[in-house]
Design a protein around this ligand. Structure first.
Ligand code: 0RQ
Length: 497
């Protein structure tokens, strides 16, 4: 590890995980690296949980990350009862349970926004940052690993910084990152990113070496998990989407290189990108947050020319292959802080085609991506709102039913709104695609019911809409019945009448 710490004096700050965790005390705010399970701080959080188990001391922290982190972080900390507050995204089952029981106060936030608020002191002081790095430069700056996330701002604002120097992460990652932190507001200069592949910052995260309280040497893998392979439904969703994009090319609105693509996390998003392998589109670019397996498959086939993201999140098998061949990808991949990968102004400037996943959508096109039955948190809004509101095309995908057909993903009224009808232009299910651009609510309803709803639920939706029309309005509803499908699901386990 010695050659990975190029700042000679900092070599004297190597400590054990236990010693580093000793910096963290009750009531502190701790910001850790990690975005969709990539580049997490891995050993200091576990050491903290161990300490509390041993000593029985009372300790509750306010935990900030980039996005979701691995089990060994969220699960270990929440099971030890250490998390009082959590921000801005998670996807762990135990963390979710603790949030839904009210044990953890979760702030579910647009991923581009967190650091703006932190830098301006709107969210309180950051006591300790724990950041994974592959190396420390001669100036004491940090070269991040498989994600950048919020680490640049955590390094800048924390009172103390602990570095997890991970010798398992390949040094070939060096040079892939582009660290740029926008200046203070007001009077901020425009962010000088014009092309997806532009490099506008530095390859390492600036940090004052005097703030580095300890460096812990680790050799742990990222905890990636397998992605569900594309199935018939996700392939049909991809098929509808590609047919639509081809139609846009024929209409002269797009060319065969499309516009920069964003795709959310998860199996559906990955399958949609896989679908592009067989398409006629070429010289594609991605301006996204997460680069999953399919992005690297598209790079391998040459169909994707450049991918800009914030994290590389792969299935374990694909990770071994990609991390061993980073040299092949370096000219085609850049990793940025999440406030840049998800920056509303840049997304608008580039004209991104954004594809995100809904839990449910209603007949007018409002989308719920986060709350089961309107009350129970699933993961969080993540970056979907950053992209949906500012994209050239804002697309939401979902299977038309969930839980073996007991739930219709198209409902009269969503039980929670993350993306309002104003931010949703295209809805796609395996049944078909509704292009809602330029349509009024009454036009949207017919299209969504006929194109996107599952046949088992179509009649009931038509009936609801006809009854609503009799009551009138710009966006007709029968208020007494609008959430009756969810009530039925809660009471009977199914939305079926
Ligand atoms: O349940 O896990 O028990 O099988 O939800 O659904 O269909 O497997 O889809 O993995 O892509 O997740 C919206 C949660 C979809 C995700 C969501 C149940 C379903 C299944 C998962 P099981 P699928 P995915 C990028 C941008 C919000 C943030 C976002 C997400 C489970 O994509 O968190 O997009 N998105 N950010 O059975 C009850 C319904 C349901 C339902 C599906 N209507 N009611 N349960 N499910 N529909 C990410 C970042 O920014 C970091």
């Amino acid at each position: 590890w010695e050659e990975r710490i190029r700042h000679a004096k900092l070599r004297e700050r190597v400590v054990s995980a236990d010693e580093a965790a000793a910096c963290i005390q009750d009531g502190m705010t701790v910001g850790i690296s990690g975005f969709t399970r990539a580049g997490d701080a891995k050993v200091v959080p576990s050491a903290l949980a161990e300490r509390v188990k041993k000593t029985g001391e009372k300790l509750r922290i306010n935990l900030w990350t980039g996005a979701s982190v691995a089990e060994e972080v969220d699960r270990t900390l929440v099971e030890a009862g250490l998390v009082a507050r959590r921000m801005p995204f998670q996807s762990d089952k135990r963390m979710r349970e603790a949030i839904n029981q009210g044990d953890v106060m979760y702030v579910d936030q647009h991923l581009s926004l967190t650091v703006e608020m932190i830098r301006e002191g709107q969210l309180g002081n950051l006591d300790v940052a724990v950041l994974e790095a592959i190396a420390i430069t001669e100036d004491g700056w940090l070269i991040p690993s498989t994600s950048v996330g919020n680490s640049p701002t955590y390094a800048m604002t924390a009172d103390r910084v602990i570095v997890e120097l991970n010798t398992h992460q390949p040094l070939d990652l060096e040079g892939m990152h582009d660290i740029y932190v926008p200046g203070p507001r007001p009077h901020r200069d425009p962010i000088p990113l014009i092309e997806v592949s532009d490099r506008i910052g530095t390859p390492a995260i600036p940090v004052d070496p005097d703030k580095i309280a300890g460096i812990v040497i680790t050799d742990r893998d990222d905890h990636f998990s397998d992605l569900a392979p594309p199935d018939g439904d996700t392939e049909r969703i991809a098929g509808h989407l590609i047919e639509f994009l081809e139609h846009e090319v024929r209409s002269g609105r797009l060319t065969e290189t499309l516009r920069p693509l964003q795709s959310g996390v998860g199996a559906v998003s990955n399958a949609v990108l896989y679908g592009l392998r067989e398409s006629r589109f070429h010289d594609l670019q991605m301006y996204s947050e997460v680069l999953q397996d399919a992005a690297f498959d598209l790079l391998d086939t040459g169909r994707l020319r450049f991918a800009s993201g914030c994290a590389i999140t792969l299935s374990p098998g694909r990770a071994r292959d990609v991390l061993a061949r980073l040299g092949d990808y370096r000219a085609h991949v850049v990793l940025r802080p999440q406030e840049i990968s998800n920056h509303p102004g840049i997304i608008r400037r580039l004209g991104v085609i954004a594809m995100n996943t809904a839990l449910e959508a209603d007949i007018y096109g409002n989308v719920n991506s986060t709350h089961v039955l309107g009350t129970h948190m699933m993961n969080g809004i993540g970056g979907s709102g950053d992209f949906a509101r500012n994209a050239y095309l804002s697309i939401f995908v979902t299977k038309s039913t969930a839980k073996g057909g007991r739930i219709s993903s198209i409902v009269p009224m969503v039980s929670h709104v993350d993306h309002t009808e104003h931010d949703v232009q295209i809805i796609v299910t395996e049944q078909g695609l509704a292009d809602l651009r330029g349509l009024a609510p009454r036009e949207r309803a017919r299209l969504i019911i006929e194109r996107c709803a599952h046949p088992d639920y179509r009649d009931a939706l038509r009936e609801y809409y006809e009854a609503a029309l009799r009551l009138g309005g710009h966006t007709p509803h029968v208020l007494e019945q609008a959430l009756s499908w969810h009530v039925r699901l809660r009471d009977t386990g199914s939305m079926h009448p």
